[in-house]
Design a protein. Structure first.
Length: 148
């Protein structure tokens, strides 16, 4: 089973974001082992980046969510996860920075820079959106009916 790690700068405080993340966490258990890590936001992007880099497993395929990343479809995300599993990369790590984004060092460590949209979203909402897209991607790979 694929291990998916979500490393984020900053803690979710709003109950509606926490509830939404918890719901997708439950849904994803069927498809993967999910680990969500929230790191304290210091206000210094470089220092936050150093803390994030220390948490990334060495063997992980790393995806940094950043505005300058590539745009991808849900089907392409599904194919990426399937490809990682087929190539023996049993761990995929997604990185979401704080309100000031990710450090250059974190972006350089990434195997893929991914943009969710050309629009700007709050980083807390991005967590919910990513978890939903992961659920959708796994459902696509199984031929499920969630994705229309």
């Amino acid at each position: 089973m694929l291990r998916v790690q979500l490393i984020c700068t900053g803690r979710l405080k709003e109950p509606y974001f926490v509830q939404a993340c918890d719901e997708y966490d439950k849904r994803l258990r069927r498809y993967c082992t999910l680990e969500r890590l929230e790191l304290a936001e210091t206000g210094d992007v470089a220092r936050d980046g150093e803390a994030m880099l220390k948490k990334i497993p060495e063997d992980a395929f790393v995806v940094a969510l950043c505005i300058e990343g590539v745009l991808t479809s849900s089907e392409e995300l599904s194919a990426l996860l399937t490809d990682c599993a087929n190539r023996g990369r049993s761990r995929v790590c997604f990185l979401i920075g704080g309100s000031d984004g990710l450090s250059d060092a974190v972006k350089k460590r990434a195997d893929l820079r991914l943009s969710m949209s050309r629009m700007t979203f709050p980083h807390h909402l991005a967590r919910v959106m990513l978890l939903e897209q992961l659920y959708r991607a796994f459902n696509i790979s199984e031929g499920g009916k969630y994705h229309k």
